[in-house]
Design a protein around this ligand. Structure first.
Ligand code: AP5
Ligand code: MG
Length: 242
């Protein structure tokens, strides 16, 4: 099913009714494909919670929690954290009250085991994944984007020295904090993350396609152009509200 055909098959339910069912979306795609950037925009548009497994791991690391201490070395090399730790962390996160209207899962699930665990849990609870959005993009673009990515360690705002530079050299526009580079954005770690993605996460594209859940978007376009695609997608979702 293409995004366009979905957009055309709309009905006219009012999404903003408080009675609407919660919406669960999965953002699936290689590192640096723009999942986090678009998840933040769509979260605001639809009132969903943005649950990024990578952000949750990094929070645990910066707070020095037992989980953070366990996974710090793993993130630094670009390998995946074991499924049991990842699933337990995400399941705990989606019990928080801010997930009541739904969730954008960003970077989770990224193994077959995680996908099965999530869908089994959802089935037990009478919930379902509405759509899986696959961010399609060439490797070369990814490498360039990640080399230029910076983030504010205080408020987590993402920048890119090429496509979204801060107003003042390397300082956050909001709070003036000096921007940092993610440790795993070093070129050699990016190559390993891409290898791991191909091996463990890419098979999920077919897995979700077989369930008729997959939407493919061309992620090799500007942030604004992609946001417009998601705006249409949000309209189709809210009008279908299935
Ligand atoms: P995670 O944090 O999930 O990293 P990732 O999947 O590799 O994805 P990124 O966050 O790097 O990229 P993104 O797609 O969010 O792109 P962004 O919007 O930032 O995972 C990190 C690590 O945690 C993993 O390696 C693993 O160890 C562990 N982990 C996490 N989840 C796990 C799981 N489920 N199981 C096991 N382990 C797990 O954009 C990138 C840059 O490009 C930014 O600078 C942005 O400003 C810019 N940009 C974005 N969109 C555009 C555009 N359209 N045009 C130009 N520039 C753009
Ligand atoms: Mg991200």
């Amino acid at each position: 099913m293409t995004m366009q055909s979905q957009i055309q098959s709309v009905s006219t339910n009012d999404f903003n009714k408080t009675t609407r069912e919660s919406i669960y979306l999965i953002f699936l795609g290689p590192p640096g494909s723009g999942k986090g950037t678009q998840a933040e925009k769509l979260r605001d548009r639809l009132g969903l919670a943005h649950v990024s497994s990578g952000d949750l791991f990094r929070e645990n690391i910066s707070q020095g929690t037992p989980l953070g201490l366990k996974v710090k070395g793993i993130l630094g090399t670009g390998a995946l954290v074991p499924d049991d730790l990842t699933v337990a962390m995400v399941m705990a996160r989606i019990r928080q009250p801010d997930t009541a209207r739904g969730v954008i899962f960003d970077g989770f699930p990224r193994t077959r085991g995680q996908a099965i665990a999530l869908q089994q849990k959802f089935q037990e609870e009478g919930r379902k994944i509405n759509r899986v959005i696959y961010f399609h993009i060439p490797d070369q673009v990814i490498v360039e984007r990640l080399a230029a990515r910076r983030l504010c360690p205080t408020d987590g705002v993402l920048y890119n020295l090429k496509s979204k530079p801060p107003k003042n050299d390397q300082l956050c526009d909001h709070d003036g904090t000096r921007l940092i580079q993610r440790e795993d954005d070093r070129p050699e770690v990016v190559q390993e993350r891409l290898r791991v993605y191909r091996e463990q996460t890419e098979p999920l594209i077919q897995y979700f396609r077989d369930q008729n859940l997959l939407f493919e978007v061309n992620a090799d376009q500007t942030v604004d152009a992609l946001e417009a695609v998601f705006e249409q997608f949000a309209k189709s979702l809210t009008q279908n509200a299935d």
